[in-house]
Design a protein around this ligand. Structure first.
Ligand code: BG6
Ligand code: MG
Length: 215
């Protein structure tokens, strides 16, 4: 079937920012006195900042040790570090195949939305120069329910006036793929097949995406 709309996750799909989230969380774990591995980090992909912190604390067996106020302080500390990393971002951190795909979709009149959990999405899009490709941007500032809830994707489709079945979602996280499926959208995984078992189809990189097949 042919789709009318493409909804892109941001971190790890369009730009290589997942590594900066990881570094900033790893630093926090280090301060708290435990190791946070790249495998542990898989569970943080796609989920909100506070849920990420809860998972991190669970990894360190510290989940019941802090008040909400202390946790908010830790999340702010992590975000300050992350913002430092992304303030130096430029177009060299756009992932392979992204620009070509966005241009191809635009040329075909496909509606393009961003569906990201990140509250830092606007600054990232601006720093890497991708803003102009998006007909609508839905991010962590616009939704009340985080992935795997489908709100971030359904809101994008609603704003564009397309039905959910006409949307394909590009995601590098299980939480995001699950959200796409719940919404009744095509769930395209970007990354390693073994990490993305909820996807309808997985591409190692967007440069391998078969536009002709879907649009
Ligand atoms: C998602 C990331 O895109 O955004 C998550 O995959 C992150 O790891 C989430 O926790 C929230 O991001 P931010 O920038 O608002 O802390
Ligand atoms: Mg992501």
């Amino acid at each position: 079937m042919k789709y009318k709309c493409a909804i892109f996750d941001l971190d790890g799909v369009l730009v290589d920012t997942a590594k900066y989230h990881y570094l900033a969380w790893k630093e926090l774990a280090g301060k708290l006195g435990f190791e946070f591995t790249i495998e542990d980090n898989e569970r943080l992909k796609g989920v909100s900042r506070m849920t990420s912190l809860d998972i991190l604390l669970e990894v360190g067996h510290m989940q019941d040790q802090f008040s909400l106020e202390e946790k908010e302080k830790m999340a702010t500390e992590k975000n300050d570090r992350y913002v430092e990393y992304i303030s130096r971002l430029d177009e060299s951190e756009i992932l392979e195949g992204v620009l070509e795909l966005l241009q191809e979709l635009k040329g075909r009149g496909v509606k393009i939305a961003l569906g990201s959990a990140s509250k830092n999405a606007p600054i990232i899009l601006k720093n890497v120069g991708l803003e102009s490709y998006f007909d609508v941007v839905i991010d962590g500032n616009s939704v009340s329910k985080a992935k795997p809830d489908p709100e971030v994707f359904t809101l994008g489709a609603d704003r564009l006036g397309v039905s959910y079945e006409e949307c394909a979602v590009f995601e590098d996280s299980q939480a995001g793929l699950e959200a796409a499926k719940v919404a009744g959208m095509l769930a395209i995984g970007v990354g390693r097949e073994e990490d993305l078992t909820d996807a309808d189809i997985v591409y190692r990189s967007l440069k391998d995406f078969d536009v002709e097949r879907y649009y």
